[in-house]
Design a protein around this ligand. Structure first.
Ligand SMILES: C[S@@+](CC[C@H](N)C(=O)[O-])C[C@H]1O[C@@H](n2cnc3c(N)ncnc32)[C@H](O)[C@@H]1O
Length: 275
């Protein structure tokens, strides 16, 4: 079970420093969304706001971008960003009540969807706040093609003594397949415009950086279902496995992400079924 209670100032700062991977694939997602000048955009699960700030550059002074995230320490870092068309506040995907219906041209969740235990409520909220014809962009880990790190971590936690403590998922806990994501989007009333898996090859200097990246990206949830002492020894075993992979280009790991863009149809399925 993921908790939002494990974030710390150190993890939040590390995320700001180590999140180039999310930032770079997030730029691709924003490219897919085709953000234009003057648009109103919502970044759901904005973290420390790096990609939100980039989106603000794309929409220009005539547009504006809001970032929401449930982690106060990350929102605090995000709020230090200076752009006049950029706003941050604490908030969660499943409750966007601060925002009126039909108010955004685009909503995006970059590396957030796999942290949401329940998807339908969040998609319903994204649908509600989007204008008719507005677009939702999602990048999320794919269940059908796990990251290389997932397989390494899984191989360790399946060993004794860790195996006695079930780990829901070695890395991101609530992954979907492409087919599941398409079905969820359609059920929420969206028309899927594009959906594909893209692979990214990451280079890490050493095993400790992989662990710092995983802990900060998971806001402290990495191996969180293991008791603390076991978690520490599992991390040492994972580091040993990662060290075996180290070559001239460092530790090379592949991530596979689903990228989806969907459009809000109007009227909503509820309206359609009652008229
Ligand atoms: C890996 S970070 C991605 C941050 C940012 N989108 C980026 O691209 O750098 C995952 C983020 O999901 C956020 N998150 C977790 N549960 C959430 C929820 N229920 N609603 C909105 N965001 C959530 C976390 O707080 C965290 O900042």
């Amino acid at each position: 079970m993921t908790t939002l209670a494990l974030d710390t100032p150190v993890l939040a700062r590390q995320y700001e420093d180590l999140s180039d991977k999310q930032y770079n694939h997030g730029k691709l997602l924003l490219g897919d969304l085709g953000l234009g000048r003057g648009q109103r955009v919502l970044d759901v699960g904005c973290g420390t706001g790096r990609l939100t700030e980039y989106a603000a550059g794309l929409v220009g002074e005539e547009g504006w971008v809001v970032g929401v995230d449930p982690l106060p320490l990350r929102v605090e870092i995000a709020k230090r960003r200076g752009a006049a068309n950029l706003l941050f506040r604490e908030g969660r995907s499943e409750n966007l009540r601060d925002f009126p219906a039909d108010s955004f041209d685009a909503v995006f969740l970059n590396s957030v969807f796999h942290w949401l235990p329940e998807k339908a409520g969040s998609l319903a909220e994204a649908y509600r706040v989007l204008k008719p014809g507005g677009r939702l962009g999602i990048s999320t880990a794919s269940r059908e093609r796990p990251h290389a790190l997932e397989r390494i971590v899984q191989s360790v936690v399946e060993r004794p003594p860790y195996a006695a403590h079930p780990v829901v998922s070695a890395t991101t806990p609530y992954k979907v397949t492409s087919a599941e994501l398409a079905a969820l989007l359609e059920r929420a009333g969206f028309r899927v415009r594009s959906l594909e898996i893209r692979s990214f090859v990451d280079h890490f200097d050493n095993p400790a950086t992989v662990i710092d990246f995983s802990r900060s990206s998971s806001f402290g949830n990495f191996l969180g279902t293991l008791p603390a002492a076991l978690r520490a020894s599992a991390i040492e075993e994972i580091k040993s496995e990662l060290a075996k992979l180290r070559g001239p280009e460092g530790i090379v790991l592949t991530r596979n992400l689903i990228f989806a863009v969907a459009e809000k149809l109007d009227p909503s399925p509820t309206t359609r079924s009652t008229t």
